[in-house]
Design a binder for this molecule. Structure first.
Ligand code: UDP
Length: 326
């Protein structure tokens, strides 16, 4: 069988780089694209020597072209942490909207199947728990998270329009909180924030009273779910995440135990529109893809902690929420 070609945007980021690894392992030709605003070439450095890997430094919110045949496009370019989209709100809106439009056009021209990375943020601060795909969400369009949430909601809408109007083959994955090696230690999210604080001997910054919940999925499980969704014939949005729900306070206690830090948690004000609960309903993924997460939080956290510990000391000490090396 001839080798398939896949374009992966956001390839130098956390999820994008794991996707590159997976598709290289499956013997695809991988064309990686990233503008390196939040991505880091170190995540894909090991792939540059391969003949079936190429990298383009490009911003997909501008016209995108790659020569030759394309079988698949995975659109994973986007800032994806609340700190990121507070810092770069316009780019966040553009990559989800203009970027998606450009890539849909490319997919159409190449007759490629396109999978977009959507998010549990389309559910906003949800009034139902767990969240099934049929839930329409509770999003504040003009709040600080609106730039991400609405870009992702527009992204789903335009992708579905290309599917119904142009007959393009499309897939939509709604990704819930995911963690693992290659997350940025300083991206402001709760897991790297807590582990970074523990490594530096600082108190853990719990926002609010810590009663809000999240459900954390280990990256390998997520990648397997995306791989299966891409190869399925299911064009409606699909939740992929781990339904093991936990409060942020319990999560902080787990990190304190894991790292053996002598520090405690301190409470800081809860950010605006911070969702109070989040847990995926994965009935569809189970039934349609035969998928469910396999890695427990304790296993996944151990691997992730080892990764963060292995980073250069100056990076661990660099605690500003800025882009390291940029
Ligand atoms: N959070 C926290 N301390 C931090 C960073 C985040 O308590 O230093 C909380 C945050 O308020 C939210 C949860 O942890 O309720 C998850 O936040 P994160 O930014 O990781 O992702 P979100 O799921 O909110 O997009």
């Amino acid at each position: 069988m001839a080798r398939k070609t896949i374009l992966i945007t956001g390839a130098a980021g956390f999820l994008g780089s794991h996707l590159c690894d997976r598709f290289i392992k499956e013997d695809y030709k991988v064309i990686a694209m990233d503008n390196l605003i939040t991505g880091d070439l170190r995540n894909i450095e090991h792939l540059f020597k391969l003949e079936n890997f190429e990298f383009y430094n490009h911003d997909v919110s501008k016209f995108v072209y790659v020569p030759g045949d394309l079988d698949y496009i995975l659109h994973f370019a986007s800032p994806a942490s609340p700190i990121d989209y507070l810092k770069i709100p316009i780019q966040t809106l553009k990559v989800g909207s203009l970027g998606t439009h450009n890539l849909l056009g490319l997919a159409r021209a190449k007759k490629a199947r396109m999978l977009i990375a959507s998010t549990s943020e389309v559910y906003g601060d949800p009034n139902v728990n767990p969240q099934p795909e049929e839930y329409w969400g509770n999003v504040n369009p003009v709040g600080p998270r609106g730039v991400y949430d609405e870009a992702k909601r527009f992204q789903e809408a335009i992708t579905m329009a290309y599917h119904t109007f142009h007959g393009l083959e499309t897939r939509i994955v709604r990704i819930f909180n995911t963690y693992g090696p290659r997350m940025r230690l300083n991206d402001g999210r709760v897991l790297p924030a807590f582990i970074g604080q523990a490594l530096r001997g600082e108190p853990l910054t719990m926002f609010g009273d810590g009663s809000q919940t999240r459900s954390f999925c280990y990256v390998d499980d997520l990648i397997e779910g995306i791989f299966r969704l891409l190869h399925s014939d299911y064009a409606q949005p699909m939740n992929i995440g781990n339904p093991d729900e936990i409060t942020i306070k319990q999560f902080g206690d787990e990190i304190i135990k894991l790292t053996g830090t002598d520090q405690e948690m301190i409470s800081l004000p809860l950010p605006t529109d911070d969702p109070k609960q989040r847990r995926p309903d994965i009935t569809k993924a189970r039934a349609i893809l035969g998928w469910e997460p396999k890695v427990s939080r304790s296993e996944g956290l151990k691997i992730t902690y080892e990764y963060f510990k292995s980073l250069p000391e100056k990076e661990i000490l660099h605690k500003d929420f800025t882009y390291y090396n940029k």
